[in-house]
Design a protein. Structure first.
Length: 262
């Protein structure tokens, strides 16, 4: 019986030298199957498919450090205090989920959905929050030192009292975000949208990077920015400070300070 030549199969499991994830591997399979029945070839393909499922995310599996919940639906759950250290949480949907006091240390949450969720008091040092959607969420009191929030959607997010030493918010959307009393030593905000964000009461020892950040009506009343880097007069002119605000050398207090209450 003539067996139609199948198209090359790409497998996330069987790849590499001699595997079925490349054209050479497929040709060997076709030659081997040329003398078999169509049923035998079908059985082989089913086995290959099942082997792929064995390596898929275990969305119903028990939570544990290093768990793989990538692309899983974890919406509206009570997961306070859960230990997901080092977990693969890429594109996981945590909408409206309670993750208070969770251990997310070094977890990968890239492209996860955290809309209106709570991570208050969580441990997330070195975690990856790049490209997450987390508007109107609570990160109050979180420890996320050295964490990445690159290109994330964080509008109206609460970071009050958060420990964010060395965190990176490059190109993040932070409109109306609240950093009141947060620790921001070495935190980076290059090209971030900080319009109407609040930094009142925040503290940092050492530089904080505002290079090319958009700071329309950003609240910096009482904040010591003398060690800040990347600040230009054009940015400062858009902000809201007061007589207690300290600016880097060479920058002057705008005539519109103080701003009216927003």
């Amino acid at each position: 019986m003539q067996i139609p030549k199948p198209k090359p199969i790409r497998s996330s499991v069987a790849t590499g030298e001699g595997g079925f994830g490349d054209t050479v591997g497929i040709k060997h399979v076709v030659r081997a199957c040329g003398k078999r029945s169509a049923i035998g070839l079908s059985a082989f393909l089913v086995t290959l498919t099942l082997s792929n499922f064995a390596y898929a995310a275990n969305c119903k599996g028990t939570s544990a450090p290093g768990v793989d919940w990538s692309d899983c639906n974890k919406k509206q759950l009570m997961l306070g205090g859960i230990d997901l250290e080092g977990g693969n949480l890429v594109s996981t949907d945590f909408t409206l989920t309670d993750l208070r006091d969770a251990n997310l240390t070094a977890a990968n949450l890239e492209k996860a959905t955290l809309v209106r969720s709570s991570l208050a008091g969580a441990r997330a040092d070195k975690a990856n929050f790049a490209k997450v959607e987390a508007y109107r969420s609570s990160f109050a009191g979180i420890s996320a030192e050295g964490a990445s929030f690159n290109s994330s959607e964080l509008q109206r997010t609460n970071f009050s009292g958060a420990k964010l030493t060395g965190a990176d918010f490059e190109k993040a959307e932070l409109g109306r975000a609240n950093f009141e009393k947060a620790v921001l030593t070495g935190t980076r905000f290059p090209m971030a949208n900080l319009s109407r964000a609040t930094f009142s009461g925040s503290t940092f020892e050492g530089p904080i990077d505002f290079t090319d950040a958009f700071m329309f009506l950003t609240r910096i009343e009482g904040v010591d920015l003398s060690a800040a880097t990347g600040l230009e007069q054009e940015q400062v002119n858009l902000t809201c400070g007061d007589s207690a605000t300290k600016l880097p050398a060479g920058l002057s207090v705008p005539a519109n300070w103080p701003c009216p209450v927003d």
